[in-house]
Every structure is written in C-alpha cells, then in structure tokens.
Design a protein around this ligand. Structure first.
Ligand code: TGC
Ligand code: FAD
Length: 396
C-alpha cells in the first residue's frame, strides 16, 4: 500500500526536493551566496534598476571578489576550484535578486576569466586572473558587433600584424561592463582565423560608450567598444585561441550559469506571486482561493521545479565531465522559457502593483527578455538542438 499521502507536505519553494540532493559543501555555498544576495543586493536592486546603472560597480566587484564567486569554477590563480553545481547555485541565488547581477559574475568569471584561463599564457594568467578573482580588476568580453550577433563568424573587427605588434580595428556592441572594464577580451578576425586578444582598456585607440535607454537589464552596464588602431604587443594575443570554437567554448560556461540563473529568477517570481495571492483580497476572499489563480500557481510550480531539476542534472553531467554543449543549449532554451512564463503569470497575479518596482515581477520579466537574447537567442539554441537530433544544420 502506498504511503505517499502520509509524507510531509512538500515545500512549495523546492517541491521536488532538488536541494535535498546537494552535498554539504554545495549547501554552504548556496547559503553564503543567498545571505549576501538577500542582505546586500536585494535592498538596493530596485533603485539600481530605476537609475539604469550600478552606481558603485567597483565596490560591487570587490564584494563579489570577497564572496569568492568570480571564476569560482576555475582552478588556481586565486580561483576557488568549486564544482559546476556550486557555481550554478551561486548563479541561481544571484539571479533570484536580478539577472544583471548574475550577468556581472558571468561576464567576469565565465567569459573574460575563462578565456584567459583556457587560452592564455602563464604570464597572462598570472597578470590578470588573481586580481580579477579578487574583484580588483573588472573584465569584459567583446564578441558581438553591431552587424554580427547570432552569427559571430561574420565579425568585421580585424587584427593585423605590424612588425611584431598587432593592430586592432572594429566595433563591438552590447558589451556588459565594457565602459567600466580594466581589461577587455576582444575577439578579432586575423589571417589565421578568429583569435582572442587581451586589451588593457587604457590602450590608446580603445574607447567605450554606455548604451542608454535600455528597458531590460537596467541594473547592469552595457557598452559599445570602439577599437581604432589599437596597437598591442605579441604578448596580448591569447596563444591557445584559434577559430570561432574558442569564444564559443567560453559561451558554454556562461550559458551554463544562465541555465541555473533563470531558475533563480523564476523562483523569485513564483514566491512573490504565492505571497501576494495569499494576502490580496477581492470579492471577499484571498485571490489564491480562485481556481484561475490556482491554475497559474500550479503551472508556475511545475515550471520552477522542472527547471530546477534540469539545471541540477546538467550540473551533475558537467561535474562528471559528460556535459556536451547541446546539453547547455537544452537548459538555456528550456529554463529561460520557463522563467519567462513564470514571470508573466506572476506579474498578472500582482495586478496593477505588478507593474511597479515595489514588487520584483516586472523587473524580472523585463530582464528575462535580455536573458532569452544574449548568449544565443532561443532560436539559436532551438537550431542547435534541431541539428543535434537530425544531423542537419538549419542555421543557413
Ligand atoms: P559552426 O561552424 O557551427 O562552429 C564553428 C566551430 O565552433 C564549434 N562550436 C562550438 N564549440 C564549442 N561550443 C559550442 N557551443 C560550439 N558550437 C560550435 C564547431 O564545432 C566549429 O568547430 P570547428 O573546429 O569545426 O571549426 O559555426 P557557425 O558560424 O555555423 O555558428 C554556430 C552558432 C550559430 C551556434 C554560433 O555561432 C552561436 O552560438 N551563435 C550565438 C552567438 C552568441 O551566443 N553570442 C553571445 C555573445 S556573449 C554574450 O552574449 C554575453 S551576455 C552576458 C552574460 O552572459 O551575462
Ligand atoms: P540578431 O542575431 O540580429 O537576431 C535577431 C533575431 O533573428 C533573433 O530573434 C534571432 O533569434 C533571429 N535569428 C538570427 N539568426 C537566425 C537563424 N539562423 N534562424 C532563425 N532565427 C534567427 N555580447 C557580447 O559579446 N558580450 C557581452 O557582454 C554581451 N552582453 C549583452 C548584454 C545585453 C543587455 C544584451 C541585450 C546583449 C549582450 N550581448 C553581449 C549581445 C548578445 O549576445 C546578442 O544580442 C545576441 O547574440 C543576439 O544578437 P543580435 O542582438 O545581433 O540579434
């Protein structure tokens, strides 16, 4: 006879007990990041979003460095060498506050630091990574261009040799933290294919312009990078980089963080909706008692928990060395779509209050428009999966 009906009622926030399978170390990391995120970031994030910037991004970088989340999945050079699941949990807890804050950590650790860690010389690693891990230096990652987004292989930024130097010309667009960065990892086409360059942002010819009037990811700084005859020594090229596969392999790391991050945004919206529905009364009763609201809450519960299971499974595959980049596409496509559905339903449950910054739901919903776009749009990840299951590429 089944005992299912006698079991303790599930926790709505972790219905399938995904967190029950975490190790003690993973739970510690989750709790440390959650405490920091809810204590230090949550009270400020609506103001930052309202202002359309992070007013003291250097102080925030230092706090993230002290917390140990920059490049936490990397080994050596001041990095923590944590598991993929631990890194994912950190992304989840940060994005439960705001996608822009997880982005800060993704771009620094998964993109700029990973590129140097994976393709850099010992000298480059020793010069940049410890200070980036500590949050003393801020990095950005320039792949996208005004006319080259989903198709980065069509980039126009060029690096040409001039004696023993390299000279870079081109424009990068939509670059997170570009105008506050100390160092930019810039991808450029050379005679030998696409290569990565470590560009100190005080190099003559380098400039960055902030993108204004964004309606999404407002608690994040987004910039255009202009490279106008930027002259660099041979030691600036990432010696291990070669071909489009190099930047794409960094994207896999950041996309993996987004898989988890999206589950944090979804959880935050779901919890806000649950709380609001329990206290908001119309027609003489709490709106949580209406069948139509319960249908929304049930659908959200399923989305939040299925996304959580997906993220954990991909994390376990990654820790076991069995994560293919199409697993990450699966997670990025499905978890972000789930978070978008949850945020939309949560906003509707909040009625008029849902359109204000007093509640987190529209802020998350707007942020998720960016999350669904960067690091490969939903369409690009659908095509990656389509190619994986059919063997036919439909990109062109
Ligand atoms: P294709 O011919 O398929 O591939 C070129 C080479 O790359 C290899 N490859 C990968 N390697 C590692 N990881 C992946 N995910 C890879 N996908 C492909 C491939 O095997 C090949 O290697 P080889 O040795 O044969 O040369 O290239 P394609 O030109 O057809 O393009 C493929 C496509 C469309 C999937 C790719 O270009 C793509 O992913 N487009 C989306 C671009 C994108 O995601 N940009 C993100 C910019 S960074 C950003 O948004 C930061 S947001 C801030 C934050 O994260 O918070
Ligand atoms: P496009 O590629 O022009 O796509 C437009 C539409 O066409 C999309 O719906 C797309 O899915 C669709 N489409 C394109 N190709 C196909 C196809 N083959 N089949 C079907 N549909 C297709 N980039 C960086 O390099 N570094 C960063 O730090 C960074 N940070 C960002 C921060 C923010 C806030 C934003 C919004 C973007 C950021 N990006 C960054 C850029 C981001 O990666 C690109 O916006 C993204 O790759 C999509 O490129 P695009 O905007 O040019 O859209």
């Amino acid at each position: 006879m089944s005992n299912a009906h006698k079991a303790t009622a599930p926790d709505p926030g972790d219905f399938l007990e995904v967190d029950g399978s975490l190790s003690a170390e993973e739970r510690d990391i989750r709790d440390t990041v959650r405490d920091f995120a809810t204590g230090e970031l949550l009270p400020n994030v609506a103001d930052w979003f309202d202002a359309g910037t992070i007013p003291d991004a250097r102080a925030l970088a230092k706090s993230f460095g002290d917390l140990g989340v920059f490049g936490m999945h990397l080994d050596g050079y001041g990095c923590a060498g944590a598991s993929a699941v631990s890194y994912g949990l950190a992304c989840r807890e940060l994005e439960a506050v705001d996608s822009g804050l997880r982005s800060f950590v993704s771009v620094q650790g998964s993109l700029a630091m990973t590129a140097i860690h994976r393709f850099g010389s010992e000298e480059q690693k020793n010069t940049w990574l410890p200070k980036m891990a500590a949050g003393e230096l801020i990095g950005c990652f320039g792949l996208t261009e005004p006319d080259s987004g989903s198709d980065p292989g069509s980039m126009r930024t060029r690096a040409r040799r001039d004696g023993s130097d390299w000279v870079l010309d081109g424009t990068k667009m939509w670059i997170t933290n570009g105008s506050i960065a100390d160092v930019a990892v810039v991808w450029a086409a050379t005679e030998d294919g696409i290569r990565g360059f470590v560009v100190p942002t005080n190099t003559p010819g380098f400039s960055a312009n902030v993108v204004h009037r964004k309606l999404s990811l407002r608690a994040s700084i987004t910039s255009e990078l202009v490279l106008d005859g930027v002259r660099l020594p041979e030691s600036a090229v990432l010696p291990g980089s070669g071909g489009l596969g190099s930047p794409l392999s960094c994207l896999n790391e950041a996309r993996y963080g987004i898989v988890w991050g999206a589950t944090g945004a979804a959880r935050a919206c779901y919890q806000a909706a649950l709380d609001y529905a329990a206290t908001r009364e119309q027609f003489g009763r709490a709106i949580s008692g209406f069948q139509l609201t319960q249908r929304k809450l049930a659908d959200m519960l399923v989305d939040v928990n299925q996304a959580g299971l997906t993220a954990l499974q991909i994390g376990r595959l990654k820790d076991a060395g069995r994560c293919h980049h199409t697993h990450v596409s699966f997670g990025k496509l499905s978890c972000v779509a789930a978070a978008q559905r949850v945020a939309g339903e949560a906003r509707s449950i909040h009625g008029a209050n849902g359109i204000t910054l007093e509640y987190p739901v529209l802020r998350h919903m707007l942020n998720l428009e960016t999350v669904a776009t960067y690091e490969g749009t939903a369409e690009i990840h659908a095509l990656s999966l389509g190619q994986a299951v059919t063997g036919v590429s439909a990109f062109r």
